[in-house]
Design a protein around this ligand. Sequence first.
Ligand code: PMP
Length: 384
Amino acid sequence: MKKKYLLTPGPTPVPAEVLAKEGMPIIHHRTTEFSNIFLKVEENLKKVFFTNNNVLLLSSSGTGAMESAVINLMRKNSKAIVLETGVFGSRWGKILQGMGFSPIILKEEYGNAVSLEKLEESLKENPDVLAVFGTLTETSTGTVNNIKEIAKLVTKTDAVLVIDAVSGLVGEEFYQDKWGVDVVVSGSQKGFMLPPGVSFISMNEKAWKMVEKSDLPKFYFDLKKYKSKITEGQTPFTPPVSLIVALDESLNLILKDGLENLFHKYKKMGSIIRESVKGLGLELFSKNPSNVVTAVKSPDGIDSGKIVKLLREKYGVSIAGGQMDMKGKIFRIAHMGYMDKFDLIIGISAIEMGLKEIGYNIELGKGVKIVEENILSCNGCCSD
Ligand code: PMP
């Protein structure tokens, strides 16, 4: 009966209204009833991506949409640039390498954002690059990349820009068409407030032209099949019906709040948590912190995995640890999806208690006080 508090950067909590829809008796997908829901979802997804493109739905986690982007865009022996600022940037490289490519990897020290200078230089040196793969919010380091400026550089070339917005969408400011991002992928279990299992991909005309020339083997993830079905409100294979019905509800909630209001809310939550963490004498890991997840350096000599385990097992509070090189060194607390101001209090309170218990000299309540004061002074702006 222990109550659980999910403050991880995916999966994130699912609102009761959305869970209730997911629990409804399943309907058959080759029906008008399903198509009508699907078409509505499709229209609403366009609003979330800020695009006029079709947003295709795949039955996979976010990585499936990433892989589908690679196999539908790339051609044998073609060149790609990967912007690596963390684990998920590195995943683009791994997918490409897995398909036999040797991408140009512009790797930043983790915690830093993409260097625009390096990208500009690399694009000049490699005019034959087919695609540039990057990440909106690098969940592993809590960093946001400057996609608007990155897009300005790539738009001048023949290459397409492919952005992983798996954790960034709905939370971080992002406008696909206005910024000129050719391809965007995302997933259900973060900003969309759904369980994992659906991923999204939105491609513009420039990218679809590239798809026509792609010669890599594909079948299930052949995006042309999905595109040809979308106007009928259908998918080529059995879709995750219950998740799509639930997605309809979560999109209603998102659009009712309004995306600009949500961007503002998460921005405020991000700034409050950063101030609170710093007030506790802790250091942020990222030099360009995102508004959807905050990565904090573990105090010297304290394995962050120990804090994460203690919080989960003793208090039922789930935050995330570090991945790859950052394992043991950082912990991450999310403020995305169905989370609000009181989740910040729970997270900071649990971190204070956990650190104290582990032996770090901390003044209990100091970080919580900062959160509370900020909530009071922002007059409800991070709850709506
Ligand atoms: N990209 C980013 C930025 C992510 O945060 C994640 C999930 N943590 C992924 C890709 C991979 O998504 P999935 O685990 O849904 O395959």
